[in-house]
Design a protein around this ligand. Structure first.
Ligand SMILES: Cc1ncc(COP(=O)(O)O)c(C=O)c1O
Length: 302
């Protein structure tokens, strides 16, 4: 597998290992950073790379920088170019996982808003080992962050402290993944992925006011499902619906679409990945990799 060799830090390509930031910078001290995880997929015959939904990732990062009130944040045009450059500079021979991150690099007090720095990185990342077989999920006793404390629609680094606690608990208890509930006890999402379930043939996913990250993969899945004639509902989802659903799956840029085959040790459906999940996995694979002509606007050629 290829290795990350170059990282772009504040516009300068440097060797990956040489990136530095002070431990007392607010980005480290208080986790004041926002980021995006993106993927560049390699076309199976042409070998050319395309970044999936780059514009939507940039737009969400822009929203995050605004909510965190970062001073003099980098321009989205600069970040767009850096994403394309960092892929070329690393010369991957397979799919790349990309990280754009904007952090406060200055020291200071709680209300310090700069100076702001940023990185663009390209890393190898394999597909989830559970992609075909499905994973065992646990409904976590940790609660999803509420919007009026740490807004989950902002992809802030500090938010992942909560996701990490839930993941550590799930692993310690012998599960693969955690599903978090909102403070009101409704289903929100997994630690780093959104959630769908199939009930009576209808695809349902927690609404945007269920303390989810407004996931780009979730948006993609909704569009692909509707194009296939599958009805989709964005609504509140009860915990017990997870136990009686025909199918459950998680989705995100990193995880792509992964079936959930049990929740709290109860099998989902017959305990194997369901048909709707498999159909959507295949449709997702075609559209991200560009083996279909559909949605060219979602793929930015490198
Ligand atoms: C908490 C959380 N929810 C959902 C997602 C999925 O978001 P996206 O599809 O935009 O990658 C992620 C992605 O990393 C995430 O961290």
């Amino acid at each position: 597998m290829w290795q990350a060799r170059i990282i772009i830090h504040n516009g300068r390509p440097i060797p990956f290992e040489e990136a530095r930031i002070h431990p007392l910078a607010l980005g480290v001290a208080f986790g004041i950073a926002v980021f995006e995880g993106l993927r560049a997929y390699r076309h199976p015959t042409t070998g050319r790379f395309a970044v999936f939904r780059l514009e939507e990732h940039l737009a969400r990062l822009g929203q995050g920088m605004k909510v965190l009130r970062l001073k003099d944040p980098p321009a989205l045009d600069v970040l767009r170019q850096a994403v394309l450059d960092v892929i070329r500079l690393n010369e991957p021979d397979d799919d790349a996982y990309l990280r754009l991150q904007v952090q406060i690099e200055g020291m200071g007090m709680m209300a310090t808003t700069g100076p702001v720095g940023w990185i663009a990185a390209a890393l190898p990342r394999e597909r989830s080992t559970k992609f075909a077989t499905g994973l065992a999920a646990q409904v976590s006793s940790w609660t999803r962050l509420p919007d009026n404390a740490m807004p989950p629609r902002v992809k802030a680094s500090a938010n992942y402290h909560a996701s990490r606690l839930a993941t550590l608990q799930a692993k310690a208890d012998g599960y693969d993944s955690a599903i978090l509930l909102t403070a009101r006890g409704k289903v929100s999402e997994a630690a780093a992925a959104c959630l769908f379930l199939v009930r009576d043939g209808v695809l349902a996913t927690p609404s945007r006011s269920s303390d989810i990250l407004e996931s780009i993969t979730r948006d993609t899945v909704i569009a692909l499902a509707r194009e296939q004639g599958i009805a989709v509902e964005e609504r509140e989802v009860d915990r017990s619906e997870l136990y009686v659903a025909e199918e459950v799956f998680l989705c995100g840029t990193g995880q792509e679409l992964v079936p959930v085959t049990s929740v709290d040790r109860l099998p989902v459906g017959d305990g194997t990945p369901g048909d709707v999940t498999k159909r959507l996995q295949a449709a997702y694979e075609r559209v991200v990799r560009g083996t279909t002509d559909a949605h060219p606007e979602w793929r930015t050629p490198v």
